[in-house]
Design a protein around this ligand. Structure first.
Ligand SMILES: [Zn+2]
Length: 87
């Protein structure tokens, strides 16, 4: 199984975008950089209490100006994920 263990969603202009449907190279490069960053920082990251992986929502008017939100089973996982990403 090669699931990264966490889910990433992209919402552009209020519409969820399937990264595999993107054909624009600049946008694809942005997505790849984000996924790589998260795989480096947050893969194998599970909530110590609930064994759930964090989920990430990237939203904005376009792929150049995305803001990240972190979701999890509890605040503890969200805090842990933020700490991991900050390290
Ligand atoms: Zn939890």
């Amino acid at each position: 199984m090669d699931s990264p263990g966490f889910a990433i969603a992209f919402v552009i202009n209020g519409i969820q975008v399937d990264p595999s449907s993107i054909r624009d190279e600049d946008s694809l490069a942005r997505i790849e950089a984000i996924v790589e960053m998260l795989e480096g920082a947050a893969s194998n990251l599970l909530c110590p209490d609930h064994s759930e992986p964090p989920r990430f929502l990237f939203s904005g008017p376009n792929f150049d100006s995305l803001s990240m939100e972190i979701y999890g089973c509890c605040q503890g996982l969200v805090d842990l994920t933020k700490k991991r990403l900050a390290d």
